[in-house]
Design a protein around this ligand. Structure first.
Ligand code: A3P
Length: 315
Protein backbone atom coordinates (compact mmCIF):
# COMPACT_ATOMS: atom_id res chain seq x y z
CA UNK A 1 0.00 0.00 0.00
CA UNK A 2 2.96 2.26 0.62
CA UNK A 3 3.91 4.83 -2.03
CA UNK A 4 1.17 5.19 -4.61
CA UNK A 5 2.46 6.66 -7.85
CA UNK A 6 2.02 10.38 -8.32
CA UNK A 7 -0.48 10.04 -11.19
CA UNK A 8 -2.45 7.50 -9.22
CA UNK A 9 -2.56 9.95 -6.34
CA UNK A 10 -3.95 12.57 -8.69
CA UNK A 11 -6.63 10.15 -9.90
CA UNK A 12 -7.57 9.38 -6.28
CA UNK A 13 -7.76 13.12 -5.47
CA UNK A 14 -10.00 13.66 -8.50
CA UNK A 15 -12.24 10.79 -7.53
CA UNK A 16 -12.58 12.12 -3.98
CA UNK A 17 -13.36 15.62 -5.24
CA UNK A 18 -16.28 14.20 -7.23
CA UNK A 19 -17.96 12.50 -4.25
CA UNK A 20 -20.94 13.84 -2.26
CA UNK A 21 -20.02 15.31 1.12
CA UNK A 22 -22.10 14.99 4.27
CA UNK A 23 -23.43 18.30 5.46
CA UNK A 24 -24.43 17.61 9.01
CA UNK A 25 -21.59 15.53 10.34
CA UNK A 26 -19.00 16.53 12.79
CA UNK A 27 -15.55 17.16 11.32
CA UNK A 28 -13.61 15.64 9.61
CA UNK A 29 -15.76 15.80 6.49
CA UNK A 30 -17.28 12.47 5.42
CA UNK A 31 -17.65 11.49 1.76
CA UNK A 32 -20.21 9.10 0.36
CA UNK A 33 -17.96 6.55 -1.32
CA UNK A 34 -19.42 3.31 -2.74
CA UNK A 35 -22.56 3.87 -0.67
CA UNK A 36 -20.84 4.26 2.68
CA UNK A 37 -19.75 7.34 4.61
CA UNK A 38 -16.01 7.57 4.89
CA UNK A 39 -14.04 10.29 6.69
CA UNK A 40 -11.69 12.23 4.46
CA UNK A 41 -8.82 11.35 6.79
CA UNK A 42 -9.17 7.66 5.86
CA UNK A 43 -10.57 7.68 2.34
CA UNK A 44 -7.26 7.84 0.43
CA UNK A 45 -6.02 4.87 2.48
CA UNK A 46 -9.25 2.97 1.88
CA UNK A 47 -8.89 3.46 -1.87
CA UNK A 48 -5.21 2.51 -1.86
CA UNK A 49 -6.08 -0.56 0.24
CA UNK A 50 -8.76 -1.59 -2.26
CA UNK A 51 -6.38 -1.20 -5.17
CA UNK A 52 -3.23 -2.73 -3.79
CA UNK A 53 -3.91 -5.08 -0.91
CA UNK A 54 -3.14 -8.74 -1.62
CA UNK A 55 -4.66 -11.04 0.94
CA UNK A 56 -2.78 -14.18 1.91
CA UNK A 57 -4.72 -17.38 2.50
CA UNK A 58 -3.76 -17.44 6.14
CA UNK A 59 -4.80 -13.84 6.86
CA UNK A 60 -7.52 -13.24 9.41
CA UNK A 61 -9.39 -9.97 8.97
CA UNK A 62 -11.39 -8.60 11.87
CA UNK A 63 -14.21 -6.37 10.75
CA UNK A 64 -16.78 -4.31 12.64
CA UNK A 65 -19.00 -1.33 12.53
CA UNK A 66 -17.41 1.24 14.88
CA UNK A 67 -18.34 0.91 18.57
CA UNK A 68 -19.54 -2.67 18.29
CA UNK A 69 -16.82 -4.30 20.39
CA UNK A 70 -13.84 -4.07 18.05
CA UNK A 71 -11.28 -3.43 20.80
CA UNK A 72 -12.50 -6.43 22.80
CA UNK A 73 -12.51 -8.74 19.79
CA UNK A 74 -9.00 -7.61 18.81
CA UNK A 75 -7.74 -8.58 22.26
CA UNK A 76 -9.57 -11.93 22.14
CA UNK A 77 -8.50 -12.85 18.63
CA UNK A 78 -4.88 -11.88 19.28
CA UNK A 79 -4.86 -14.00 22.45
CA UNK A 80 -6.45 -17.04 20.81
CA UNK A 81 -4.19 -17.04 17.76
CA UNK A 82 -0.98 -16.32 19.66
CA UNK A 83 -1.54 -18.49 22.71
CA UNK A 84 1.31 -20.83 21.85
CA UNK A 85 3.71 -17.86 21.63
CA UNK A 86 2.59 -15.91 24.67
CA UNK A 87 0.82 -16.75 27.86
CA UNK A 88 -0.96 -14.31 30.11
CA UNK A 89 2.22 -13.35 31.96
CA UNK A 90 4.00 -12.12 28.84
CA UNK A 91 1.23 -11.21 26.42
CA UNK A 92 1.90 -8.02 24.43
CA UNK A 93 -1.56 -6.89 25.58
CA UNK A 94 0.07 -5.97 28.89
CA UNK A 95 2.15 -3.32 27.19
CA UNK A 96 0.23 -2.49 24.01
CA UNK A 97 -3.32 -1.42 23.31
CA UNK A 98 -5.36 -4.02 21.32
CA UNK A 99 -5.41 -1.57 18.40
CA UNK A 100 -1.62 -1.64 18.35
CA UNK A 101 -1.41 -5.43 18.13
CA UNK A 102 -4.06 -5.68 15.39
CA UNK A 103 -3.87 -2.56 13.21
CA UNK A 104 -6.63 -0.96 11.19
CA UNK A 105 -5.49 -1.01 7.61
CA UNK A 106 -7.29 2.20 6.71
CA UNK A 107 -5.39 4.06 9.44
CA UNK A 108 -1.93 3.10 8.39
CA UNK A 109 -0.89 3.48 4.78
CA UNK A 110 2.72 3.12 5.87
CA UNK A 111 2.14 -0.26 7.47
CA UNK A 112 4.65 -2.90 6.42
CA UNK A 113 2.11 -5.65 5.88
CA UNK A 114 4.64 -8.07 4.44
CA UNK A 115 6.67 -7.80 7.63
CA UNK A 116 3.79 -8.99 9.85
CA UNK A 117 4.01 -12.46 11.38
CA UNK A 118 1.71 -15.10 9.87
CA UNK A 119 -1.13 -15.57 10.24
CA UNK A 120 -1.46 -11.82 9.71
CA UNK A 121 -4.16 -10.31 11.90
CA UNK A 122 -5.61 -7.19 10.32
CA UNK A 123 -8.66 -5.05 10.95
CA UNK A 124 -10.93 -2.77 9.01
CA UNK A 125 -14.34 -1.09 9.17
CA UNK A 126 -14.88 -1.25 5.40
CA UNK A 127 -18.27 -2.69 4.32
CA UNK A 128 -18.29 -6.11 2.64
CA UNK A 129 -19.00 -4.91 -0.89
CA UNK A 130 -16.05 -2.50 -0.76
CA UNK A 131 -13.46 -4.96 0.50
CA UNK A 132 -10.49 -5.63 -1.78
CA UNK A 133 -11.37 -8.52 -4.08
CA UNK A 134 -8.48 -10.58 -2.75
CA UNK A 135 -10.04 -10.61 0.72
CA UNK A 136 -13.33 -11.82 -0.69
CA UNK A 137 -11.90 -14.50 -2.93
CA UNK A 138 -8.73 -15.81 -1.29
CA UNK A 139 -8.98 -18.37 1.49
CA UNK A 140 -8.41 -15.73 4.17
CA UNK A 141 -10.99 -15.58 6.92
CA UNK A 142 -13.22 -12.79 8.13
CA UNK A 143 -14.47 -12.34 11.68
CA UNK A 144 -17.22 -9.78 12.02
CA UNK A 145 -18.66 -8.36 15.21
CA UNK A 146 -21.88 -6.42 15.49
CA UNK A 147 -23.95 -5.05 18.33
CA UNK A 148 -27.49 -3.92 19.04
CA UNK A 149 -27.72 -0.57 17.20
CA UNK A 150 -29.39 1.05 20.22
CA UNK A 151 -26.26 0.46 22.31
CA UNK A 152 -23.94 1.19 19.40
CA UNK A 153 -25.67 4.55 18.93
CA UNK A 154 -25.15 5.53 22.56
CA UNK A 155 -21.59 4.24 22.61
CA UNK A 156 -20.72 6.15 19.42
CA UNK A 157 -22.18 9.34 20.86
CA UNK A 158 -19.92 9.14 23.93
CA UNK A 159 -16.98 8.43 21.68
CA UNK A 160 -17.80 11.39 19.45
CA UNK A 161 -18.15 13.69 22.45
CA UNK A 162 -14.66 12.67 23.58
CA UNK A 163 -13.22 13.10 20.09
CA UNK A 164 -14.77 16.53 19.54
CA UNK A 165 -13.65 17.66 22.98
CA UNK A 166 -10.11 16.67 22.05
CA UNK A 167 -10.37 18.62 18.79
CA UNK A 168 -11.76 21.64 20.61
CA UNK A 169 -14.93 21.48 18.52
CA UNK A 170 -18.47 22.14 19.74
CA UNK A 171 -19.94 19.00 21.25
CA UNK A 172 -22.89 17.37 19.52
CA UNK A 173 -26.06 16.67 21.42
CA UNK A 174 -27.31 13.12 21.72
CA UNK A 175 -30.37 14.15 19.69
CA UNK A 176 -28.24 15.43 16.81
CA UNK A 177 -26.15 12.30 16.79
CA UNK A 178 -29.26 10.12 16.95
CA UNK A 179 -30.64 11.84 13.87
CA UNK A 180 -27.50 11.26 11.78
CA UNK A 181 -27.27 7.68 13.05
CA UNK A 182 -30.86 6.99 11.92
CA UNK A 183 -30.13 8.55 8.56
CA UNK A 184 -27.12 6.30 8.21
CA UNK A 185 -24.69 9.21 7.86
CA UNK A 186 -22.21 7.90 10.36
CA UNK A 187 -18.67 6.64 10.11
CA UNK A 188 -18.82 3.66 7.69
CA UNK A 189 -22.62 3.81 7.81
CA UNK A 190 -25.43 3.17 7.22
CA UNK A 191 -25.18 0.58 9.97
CA UNK A 192 -27.85 -1.68 8.43
CA UNK A 193 -25.94 -2.01 5.15
CA UNK A 194 -22.77 -2.76 7.08
CA UNK A 195 -24.27 -5.55 9.18
CA UNK A 196 -26.28 -7.08 6.38
CA UNK A 197 -23.32 -7.28 4.02
CA UNK A 198 -21.45 -9.53 6.46
CA UNK A 199 -24.56 -11.28 7.76
CA UNK A 200 -25.56 -12.49 4.29
CA UNK A 201 -22.03 -13.57 3.48
CA UNK A 202 -21.75 -15.48 6.78
CA UNK A 203 -24.91 -17.43 5.88
CA UNK A 204 -23.63 -18.23 2.40
CA UNK A 205 -20.05 -18.96 3.35
CA UNK A 206 -19.90 -19.93 7.04
CA UNK A 207 -16.30 -21.11 6.85
CA UNK A 208 -15.29 -17.76 5.33
CA UNK A 209 -17.16 -15.33 7.60
CA UNK A 210 -17.77 -15.78 11.30
CA UNK A 211 -20.53 -13.45 12.47
CA UNK A 212 -20.36 -12.59 16.17
CA UNK A 213 -22.54 -10.45 18.38
CA UNK A 214 -21.33 -8.31 21.27
CA UNK A 215 -24.31 -9.49 23.33
CA UNK A 216 -23.36 -13.17 22.86
CA UNK A 217 -19.80 -12.45 24.00
CA UNK A 218 -21.17 -10.80 27.13
CA UNK A 219 -23.50 -13.70 27.82
CA UNK A 220 -21.15 -16.61 27.19
CA UNK A 221 -17.56 -15.58 26.64
CA UNK A 222 -16.27 -19.16 27.04
CA UNK A 223 -18.59 -20.56 24.39
CA UNK A 224 -17.83 -17.72 21.99
CA UNK A 225 -14.06 -18.11 22.51
CA UNK A 226 -14.34 -21.80 21.62
CA UNK A 227 -16.29 -20.90 18.49
CA UNK A 228 -13.65 -18.35 17.54
CA UNK A 229 -10.78 -20.78 18.14
CA UNK A 230 -12.47 -23.51 16.09
CA UNK A 231 -13.21 -21.08 13.27
CA UNK A 232 -9.55 -20.10 12.91
CA UNK A 233 -8.51 -23.75 13.02
CA UNK A 234 -6.97 -23.62 16.49
CA UNK A 235 -9.53 -25.34 18.73
CA UNK A 236 -8.74 -25.48 22.44
CA UNK A 237 -7.41 -28.88 23.46
CA UNK A 238 -8.89 -30.78 26.38
CA UNK A 239 -5.73 -30.01 28.31
CA UNK A 240 -6.13 -26.32 27.65
CA UNK A 241 -9.76 -26.39 28.69
CA UNK A 242 -8.97 -28.26 31.88
CA UNK A 243 -6.02 -25.97 32.54
CA UNK A 244 -8.30 -22.91 32.48
CA UNK A 245 -6.80 -21.31 29.36
CA UNK A 246 -10.20 -20.11 28.14
CA UNK A 247 -10.98 -18.40 31.44
CA UNK A 248 -7.51 -16.83 31.50
CA UNK A 249 -7.97 -15.32 28.05
CA UNK A 250 -11.45 -14.08 28.95
CA UNK A 251 -10.11 -12.44 32.10
CA UNK A 252 -7.10 -10.89 30.39
CA UNK A 253 -9.35 -9.38 27.72
CA UNK A 254 -12.11 -8.24 30.06
CA UNK A 255 -13.06 -4.60 30.17
CA UNK A 256 -11.87 -4.30 33.73
CA UNK A 257 -8.42 -5.79 33.10
CA UNK A 258 -7.76 -3.83 29.92
CA UNK A 259 -9.12 -0.58 31.32
CA UNK A 260 -6.90 -0.76 34.41
CA UNK A 261 -3.67 -1.46 32.53
CA UNK A 262 -1.23 1.43 32.58
CA UNK A 263 -0.85 1.22 28.79
CA UNK A 264 -4.57 1.92 28.30
CA UNK A 265 -5.01 4.59 30.94
CA UNK A 266 -3.19 7.37 29.18
CA UNK A 267 -1.95 8.29 25.74
CA UNK A 268 -3.62 8.61 22.39
CA UNK A 269 -4.23 6.53 19.29
CA UNK A 270 -5.20 6.93 15.65
CA UNK A 271 -3.06 9.94 14.81
CA UNK A 272 -3.60 11.33 18.31
CA UNK A 273 -7.33 11.82 17.66
CA UNK A 274 -8.52 9.43 20.37
CA UNK A 275 -7.61 9.00 24.03
CA UNK A 276 -6.97 5.33 24.72
CA UNK A 277 -9.07 5.45 27.84
CA UNK A 278 -12.15 6.50 25.87
CA UNK A 279 -12.15 3.05 24.22
CA UNK A 280 -13.16 1.51 27.53
CA UNK A 281 -16.40 2.87 28.92
CA UNK A 282 -19.19 0.81 30.49
CA UNK A 283 -19.38 -2.24 28.26
CA UNK A 284 -22.96 -3.07 29.20
CA UNK A 285 -25.81 -4.53 27.22
CA UNK A 286 -28.89 -2.31 27.32
CA UNK A 287 -27.25 0.96 28.40
CA UNK A 288 -29.47 2.61 25.76
CA UNK A 289 -32.33 2.46 28.27
CA UNK A 290 -30.50 5.11 30.34
CA UNK A 291 -30.20 7.52 27.44
CA UNK A 292 -32.96 7.24 24.85
CA UNK A 293 -36.55 8.47 25.03
CA UNK A 294 -39.37 6.04 24.12
CA UNK A 295 -39.81 7.95 20.85
CA UNK A 296 -36.14 7.44 19.96
CA UNK A 297 -36.32 3.76 20.83
CA UNK A 298 -39.42 3.29 18.67
CA UNK A 299 -37.78 5.05 15.76
CA UNK A 300 -34.58 3.02 15.84
CA UNK A 301 -36.51 -0.21 16.44
CA UNK A 302 -38.65 0.43 13.42
CA UNK A 303 -35.57 1.07 11.27
CA UNK A 304 -34.22 -2.28 12.46
CA UNK A 305 -37.54 -3.97 11.77
CA UNK A 306 -37.63 -2.61 8.26
CA UNK A 307 -33.97 -2.95 7.29
CA UNK A 308 -32.49 -5.82 9.27
CA UNK A 309 -35.07 -8.20 10.68
CA UNK A 310 -36.44 -9.38 7.29
CA UNK A 311 -33.04 -10.99 6.70
CA UNK A 312 -33.24 -13.02 9.90
CA UNK A 313 -30.88 -10.85 11.93
CA UNK A 314 -32.34 -9.98 15.34
CA UNK A 315 -31.17 -8.18 18.46
P1 A3P B 1 -19.77 1.28 25.67
O1 A3P B 1 -19.53 2.64 25.11
O2 A3P B 1 -21.20 0.85 25.56
O3 A3P B 1 -19.24 1.10 27.02
P2 A3P B 1 -15.27 -0.49 19.92
O4 A3P B 1 -14.16 -1.25 20.55
O5 A3P B 1 -15.79 -1.11 18.67
O6 A3P B 1 -14.93 0.95 19.77
O7 A3P B 1 -16.51 -0.59 20.92
C1 A3P B 1 -16.51 0.16 22.10
C2 A3P B 1 -17.47 -0.44 23.08
O8 A3P B 1 -16.94 -1.68 23.57
C3 A3P B 1 -17.63 0.47 24.30
O9 A3P B 1 -18.96 0.24 24.76
C4 A3P B 1 -16.59 -0.11 25.25
O10 A3P B 1 -16.81 0.21 26.60
C5 A3P B 1 -16.75 -1.60 24.98
N1 A3P B 1 -15.56 -2.36 25.33
C6 A3P B 1 -14.26 -2.05 25.15
N2 A3P B 1 -13.46 -3.02 25.60
C7 A3P B 1 -14.27 -3.99 26.08
C8 A3P B 1 -14.03 -5.26 26.71
N3 A3P B 1 -12.80 -5.68 26.92
N4 A3P B 1 -15.09 -5.98 27.08
C9 A3P B 1 -16.36 -5.55 26.86
N5 A3P B 1 -16.65 -4.37 26.30
C10 A3P B 1 -15.62 -3.59 25.90
Amino acid sequence: IVGTEENEQEAIDELIASLPISEGLVRPVHHLYQNFWCPITMLPNVIAFQRHFKAKDKDIVLISHPKSGTTWLKALLFSVVNRSRFDISNTPLLTSNPHEVIPFIEHKPWLDLDGLAEPRLLATHIPYLSLPESIKWSNCQIIYICRNPLDTMVSSWYFLVEATRLMDKPVWSLEEHFETFCQGEILFGPFWEHMLGYWKESLERPSKVLFLKYEDLKEDIGGQLKKLAEFVGLPFTEEEEEGGVIEEIAKMCSLKTLKDLEVNRSGKLFGRTIEKRSLFRKGEVGDWANHLTPVMVDRLNSIMQEKINPFGLQF
